[in-house]
Design a protein around this ligand. Sequence first.
Ligand code: 13P
Length: 247
Amino acid sequence: MRKKIIAANWKMNMSASQAEFLLAALVPKISNTSAECLILPPFTSLYAVKKLLAGTGIALGAQNMHYMDNGPFTGEISPLMLKEAGVEYVLLGHSERRALGESGEMINLKVKSAVNHGIKPIICLGEPQEVRESGTELEFISNQLDEELGGICLCSEMLIAYEPIWATGTGCPADSADAQRCASFIRSYLAMKDSQCAQEIRILYGGSINSSNIASFLSQSDIDGALVGGASLNESFERIARYDEEF
Ligand code: 13P
């Protein structure tokens, strides 16, 4: 049975003091949900958020990392630094980072490094609008998986986030049945590598998730969680984290 996970990707929002302000109100409301909750703050807010999450059961993650442990990589953050900051999960290959030039090859190195350091990678993928319009999204997803997972043994601690670019930050979510079709395709791909792990790996959907549409995504058989951007930046995130309760 895969435990549902609701992840708040704050992107480049929430300074440490803003994070403290939001979490003071939010943590008591989301600390005993049926789904696992995960906060992904920017690097500079990790320590402040770690303190506020201590003992709450809410997990801490980072939005990126370098694959090397240390060295001449100005402006980068290493897996060892993330471990010391209490990070359990790391987002890798988000489309907003790919748009800045991050390659599939680099993401592959990062996934290997995260696994080696015992940090759970949330491996992101998803097609742009023009690919969707041409009807070749499954081929595109398969190519991204080839790049990201090439030479890597699957483990149940990995997560995959399907985030179609045309649905990210646009207010136009995918149709939940269509997201299920893509999630199911991803699981079949994983099963070709390792059938046992494919049943255990959690697959998330991300892209314009809000409190009104979350339940329809999480009712799909292959969607085990949500990666939430804009709607995770205020107290209404409680409604998303408690998607299975009456309000
Ligand atoms: P939005 O929820 O703002 O569409 O962002 C999705 C996302 O990119 C989460 O990683």
